[in-house]
Structures are given as C-alpha cells and as structure tokens.
Ligand binder design. Structure first.
Ligand code: HEM
Length: 141
C-alpha cells in the first residue's frame, strides 16, 4: 500500500487507477429512489419530492447526490448550462416539426438494462414513427 492509495469499502485503490462506476445502478438504487423502475418524471419536480442542488458545491459535501447526469465536482461537464438551455429548444423543435406516433408492429417497451460495452440502454426501447409536419397555412397537420 502506497502513501497516496485510498481504501474504499475494504479495497485498496492505487494512485492513478481509473475508477468507473455504473450510473445505471445508482439510478435504480431502491434505497435512494421510490419505485426506481417506474417511469415517473414528476419525481424530479419540487411538487413530486424532487430537490435542486448545486452539483459543484455538493460534490464534497455530506449531502446525498441522487443523480449526476453531468458528473459532479471539479470535472463536472462545463457544457451543462449550454446543454440544459438547448435541450428545451431541441425537444420543442422535434415536437413542432414532426408528428410522433408509435411504430407499427412489435414494440413492447422493456425497461430492463441492456449493456452494450460501456453503455446501458433499454432492452426494448420505444420505437417511434415520425412524420414531418406540413406547415401549409391552410392545412397544418
Ligand atoms: C445533455 C448533454 C450533456 C451531458 C449529459 C453531458 C455529460 C457529461 C459528463 C457526465 C461528463 C463527465 C463529467 C465527469 O467526469 O465528472 C462531461 C464532461 C464534459 N462535457 Fe459534457 N455533457 C453534455 C453536454 C455538453 C456540451 C453541450 C458541452 C460543450 C459545449 C460539453 C462539454 C464537456 C467537456 C469539455 C467535458 C470534459 C470536462 C473535464 O473533463 O474537465 N458537454 N459531460
């Protein structure tokens, strides 16, 4: 054991070791989330029990961080502000430009995790069929 090594949960982690932890597992932690496998976006709203926190300041504090899509602390994503601003425009444009329908055929959604190398996706994601909207002044469909 070298001087700068750390011990985490009884395991020695040497200086320079790359530590990767599965965010997907954190997001499904039943000790942190109520019904983690249920699609309940309102859980992130204040009215649904969600709370706002400063991810930069909270990284070294004792406050529990339940989710960190942009990382946290010193190496937090510097594009977070840009991303949060644009994601709203992005979604709004997708809704404005396309009519969204479920794709025909077999499209049962399965939220179970499916790992592809380092990325975890849904086992069977929702398949959407997009139709470009017509911006004809008389006939907007
Ligand atoms: C929804 C959109 C985005 C998500 C979810 C995201 C997520 C992340 C995450 C998880 C990290 C790693 C943080 C860590 O190591 O703790 C990261 C790093 C980074 N992101 Fe983003 N990001 C997004 C958009 C952007 C945008 C729009 C930019 C630039 C304009 C950007 C630039 C960067 C850079 C430069 C780093 C490396 C920071 C460093 O290592 O010091 N990201 N991002």
């Amino acid at each position: 054991m070298k001087e700068d090594d750390v011990v985490l949960d009884g395991r020695r982690i040497g200086v320079g070791t790359t530590v990767i932890f599965p965010l997907e597992t954190l997001a499904r932690d039943k000790t942190v989330w109520a019904d983690p496998d249920v699609f309940k976006p309102e859980r992130f709203l204040a009215s649904g029990g969600g709370e706002t926190m400063n991810l930069v300041a909270a990284a070294g504090s004792a406050r529990k961080m339940k989710m960190m899509p942009f990382g946290a602390g010193r190496r937090i994503c510097p594009g977070m502000g840009v991303a949060m601003l644009h994601i709203g425009y992005f979604v709004a444009n997708l809704v404005r430009e396309f009519v969204w329908k479920e794709a025909e055929g077999e499209h049962t959604i399965d939220l179970q995790p499916h790992t592809i190398v380092l990325v975890t996706v849904m086992k069977r994601p929702l398949r959407a069929h997009l139709l470009q909207r017509r911006w004809d002044a008389k006939n907007i469909s």
